[in-house]
Structure formats: structure tokens, C-alpha cells
Ligand binder design. Sequence first.
Ligand code: FES
Length: 225
Amino acid sequence: MAVKSEPRNAGRRIITQEEAEAIAAKARPDQPPPVRKSRIKLTRREALAYALVGSTALTLATAGATLVQPDPSTDPFLSKFTPAVIQENVPGGFAYPRFKEGEFGGTFTLAKKAADYTTADPPDLNPTGKFYIVKVDQPVETAEGVVAQQGIQAIYQVCTHLGCLIPFQAAENRFICPCHGSTFERNSDYVRGPAARNLDQFVIEVAQDGTITVDTGQRRTGAPA
Ligand code: FES
């Protein structure tokens, strides 16, 4: 009589993967549990579809932002970063940084009026704006023309050689750079040293009543020596 063979796993319970891991963890309590790999797998076609949807959404968002371009002067966030002149005159100007009145990069309205300065005074340093106000008989031209008004110049405090802050030496009546010795006249003209041009100047506005406004966002290059 033929003997009927039993199936190989007869009488045994098939355990799940989680149960197997739990048993293994109990057997080796000193070892951390195995890290499970993510079961999310994308086919190449699905990945391409997601990429296409993402790029389309980005394009639409950019186009929408352009169409409804906010007015930066009234926007509470953008108004902090956009100079008024750029907001008014340059499309997309809200992308530019904004400088406030009285901080370097912005405009400075000075307490002293034009009549308070004489051609004998030493240059008057504004350390925040990094410029000297100086009254001269004959304004010095920059490479872009004359920017002085009523004989008042705003001279940038930075040496035109390698950028050291340049002090005015009253005893010499000249600007003398402490770094490599470039020397400039009181009116910004180059005298000697490794610098290759006059000191730079900022655009200045002198109103009818003598109020002086210096725009440190508009620097004019000193003329070549
Ligand atoms: S940085 Fe002024 S002379 Fe060199």
C-alpha cells in the first residue's frame, strides 16, 4: 500500500516578515533593529511624470507672479528692500536691495547746510555714510563728470588703491592712506602713491535753502591720475 507523503510545511505556521524580525530582535537584544527600506518605488515613467508636473507648476507660478507683480512701495515685505528710485523707474525693481535714508547705500540729508562750510575747513567725515563733505573753490571732475554742487563735494572715504579707509591728515592738509601711502589733495585729487585715480565721489544735491543730500547709492569714479 502506497504511503501518502505529507506536504513539507504541514503542521507549521507560516510567520510574517514582521514576526520574523521581532523574533530576531529578541534573540539579539544588543543589536539595533534592521532598517527597513522604503517600499515606495517609482517607475521611470512615473518619475518623469512627477518631474513634468513640478516644472509646469513652477512655470505657472512664475508667470502668475509676473502678471500680478506687486507694487513694492506698498508691499510690507518688499518695501523694506527696494530703493524708491528703483521701485518707480525699473520694471522688476523689487528684486534690488533697499537702503533706508541714513544708512550706507541710501541717501543722507545733512544737518549742516552748504553755507556752514568754507573752503578753509577740513573735510567733515560722516562715518556711517563713509564720506567726507568738503567745500572747494573749483569742483573736481569725476570720470563721469562734475557731481559737486555749489562747491560742495562728497568724497568717498575708501582709498582707490586697495580699499583702505583713508583719514584726512590735518597737518598735511591731505588725505594719506595708512596702508600703502597713497596721497590725495583735500579736494580728492591724486598726488602720489600706488592708487591710479582720484578719490571717488558720491552724487550730491544742494537745495535752494542749502540743505545737502548725499546719495551713497550713486558713486562716481575718480578721474585717472
Ligand atoms: S589701499 Fe590705500 S594706498 Fe593701498
